[in-house]
Design a protein around this ligand. Structure first.
Ligand code: GCU
Length: 664
């Protein structure tokens, strides 16, 4: 079967555009405009003319269009870019408008400067938290032993850890450019085994080939590094960031990378986190570590993207004042202003780990002298593994619009000393599956991430409508509407049958799919719900709890510190609440738990019914793909409903006021 082309249904597009004639009016050519020409000729099957007068669409570059060189303007039969990359985005915008039947009129510049995808792909072809097949970059091929055993003997292994499927990579790069993504890191942040050597020969040359292709779509390539690389592959005795030899090793390694890849983006670093090495091992802090690398990148304008996902993963659950939610703040807030200009902190949107409901990470708004990126997870680690329907844009948009410290809506950019060193970043969800994402409908989240980065004012509804119009352009309007209805509240549906009211962490440990109420409860990972016979929830208030609530701006803290003011949906993240407590919704906590879990399950049942009505109306592959996943989702929702309801019925002894079946 042919590989699905994410969002662009090419055959249809071709049909609509074959009569059009493009004229590209450029005084110069760079790799992006060459790409654009070849897109027009080879891919769309449209004609390119040398004469403006013959053209239906004229493309040109005008640097006066906007201060932002990525900007474009589409007006009827004209596409203008502020630079060649702006023109590339303008061209895709033209296709988007045309295909979705919108007005051919749009002037636009991206809201976020860095719009980046992290891959968690590993050199053996597996993907950490991947739900769509193997890596599109790497794989274990040939007879060489490339196992991720922790052995760093690179001799005789060669470079065939790469999949070398450049056709697929080109499709992917095109998709990324079409939604405005401009940076990508290729490998997992947990860099192990041979993955550590991607930054050196002979692997870096292969990375160079990929990066060359990506550059023609306006994308910069980054790599994740292992902090201990100087020791592991450099044969040094230490990786101490303040050691001269360590610095020299990094400088030489980075010099060599730039010889091979002159427009290399930089490094992504997960240090001192979940067992990964880092500067703490040498009594240094994160600024010492990041700035040392930044210095080596300086002359190339390279970036160090340093993750703040740092917490003690050896927590003692007996100590109630310990709070993983505070960890990133405690580790990084004291360093505000200490990082070099080419360092950017990559900060997860919430304080725990991409849960279906978390408050905003309080570092946003508080950090004022540090470049920052907000991190999202497209791959659905905690959101149903791309089996369950989960259109996540409503949740993400709530995060980016959350107002901490009464800041302007572009807080991240405003608080980054180098405004262009800020933006949004997400872990991607693609693999070798035919439809890229395992579940065809999960493509909407990737598409949505790109659109949200570009235009912060788009709503979840607008983004979804756009995606459906582009992806299901061949189906009837009623069918499109049905698909829209299925997806628009699916994140909320998932939340209904998951752990109640933001208490989090009731899923199967490590695997993170399916309920396991006490799976993490007495474990070392710092993710607890503290249920007992009287109630549940985590007291994060200053008066009696961990004090996390006080990390927000005073006006926000006032809400979260007070049980009666905290919104229902986030209540158990901040408070321990008794089962009989009356919520804002007018019901008790226990009744809310029962109602939500019954409702979540019923909603999934209705999804199945509605999808069945689409049989024969969407292509068969998509129909079967989604039908299969919905059946699995129903089973998942049933398990959540019954385990959660039974657990809390046994704990509380309070029956459901509607007498529905709860197992004993
Ligand atoms: C989560 C996830 C890990 C991942 C980590 C990270 O904890 O389960 O697989 O490595 O996030 O973001 O680094």
């Amino acid at each position: 079967m042919a590989i699905d082309e994410m969002w662009l249904q090419f055959s249809i597009l071709k049909k609509r555009l074959t009569n059009e004639i493009f004229y590209v009016n450029l005084e110069y050519e760079d790799k992006i405009t060459i790409r654009l020409r070849s897109e027009i000729c080879e891919w769309l099957g449209c004609q390119l003319t040398g004469e403006k007068s013959e053209a239906t669409v004229v493309l040109s570059v005008n640097s006066k269009l906007d201060d932002n060189l990525e900007a474009y303007e589409v007006k009827e039969n004209e596409i203008i870019g502020a630079s060649s990359v702006g023109l590339l985005y303008g061209f895709y915008a033209y296709l988007r408008l045309k295909l979705s039947g919108a007005n051919l009129s749009e002037k636009s510049a991206p809201a976020q400067s860095l719009r980046m995808i992290n891959h968690w792909d590993q050199v053996d072809g597996t993907i950490e938290r991947g739900y769509a097949g193997e890596s599109i970059f790497f794989g274990r091929f040939g007879s060489n032993d490339n196992t991720d055993t922790g052995s760093f003997a690179v001799k005789n292994i060669g470079t065939d850890i790469f999949r070398n499927d450049f056709t697929r990579l080109k499709m992917y790069a095109r998709f990324l450019a079409s939604i405005g993504i401009n940076a990508i890191s290729l490998n997992n942040v947990n860099v192990r085994g041979l993955g550590t050597s991607l930054i050196v020969s002979p692997y870096i040359e292969k990375v160079g080939e990929i990066s060359k292709l990506f550059a023609t779509f306006g994308l910069k390539t980054f790599l994740a590094i292992n902090w201990a690389a100087p020791k592991l592959i450099g044969e040094l005795k230490t990786s101490d960031p303040l050691d001269e030899n360590v610095y020299t090793w990094w400088q030489q390694t980075i010099d060599h990378i730039y010889e091979v890849i002159p427009d290399f983006g930089g490094f992504v670093v997960k240090a001192d986190s979940e067992g990964e090495p880092g500067p703490y091992q040498y009594g240094r802090n994160h600024a010492d570590g990041a700035n040392m690398l930044a210095k080596a990148f300086e002359k190339y304008n390279g970036l160090v993207i340093w993750r703040t996902f740092v917490y003690n993963s050896q927590t003692d659950w007996r100590k109630r004042k310990n709070d993983r939610a505070k960890a990133a703040y405690e580790n990084f807030m004291p360093l505000d202003g200490d990082f070099s200009d080419n360092v950017i902190l990559q900060i997860k949107f919430g304080p725990i780990d991409f849960g279906v409901r978390e408050p905003l990470m309080p570092l946003f708004g508080a950090l004022k002298k540090t470049n920052q990126l907000m991190e999202f997870q497209i791959t659905a680690e905690y959101l149903g593994h791309q089996l369950d329907l989960n259109y996540v844009l409503p949740q993400w948009l709530e995060m980016i619009h959350f107002d901490n410290y009464g800041q302007p809506k572009d807080t991240i950019r405003a608080n980054s000393p180098v405004a262009t060193h800020s933006g949004f970043i997400a872990i991607g969800n693609v693999g070798m599956d035919e439809n890229w994402c395992g579940n065809k409908l999960s493509q909407a989240n990737f598409y949505g991430f790109g659109r949200m980065c570009w235009n912060n004012d788009l709503t979840a509804t607008e983004i979804l409508q756009e995606w459906i119009a582009l992806t299901f352009s061949e189906v009837k309007a009623e069918v499109q509407k049905e698909i829209f209805e299925l997806l628009i509240d699916s994140n909320q549906t998932y939340e209904l049958y998951n752990a109640p009211l933001a208490v989090g962490s009731m899923m199967v440990p490590h695997y993170h799919y399916g309920p396991s109420i006490n799976g993490y409860e007495y474990d070392r990972w710092g993710a607890y719900h503290f249920s007992d016979r009287n109630g549940l929830g985590i007291d994060r208030t200053t008066a009696t709890g961990t004090g996390f609530a006080s990390l927000y701006a005073p006006e926000v803290a006032k809400v979260f510190e007070d049980k009666s003011k905290t919104p229902d949906e986030i209540l158990l993240f901040f408070h321990y609440v008794e089962y009989g407590h009356l919520l804002h919704n007018g019901k008790t906590l226990i009744q809310t738990i029962y109602d939500q879990h019954f409702e979540g399950f019923e909603r999934v049942k209705s999804y199945i019914k509605s999808w069945k009505s689409l049989k024969g109306q969407v292509d068969e592959a998509t129909y079967d793909n989604v039908a299969d996943r919905l059946e699995r989702q129903l089973e998942h929702a049933r398990n959540w409903r019954d385990q959660v309801n039974t657990y809390f019925y046994r704990m509380s002894g309070i029956p459901d006021d509607q007498g529905r079946e709860i197992y004993r």
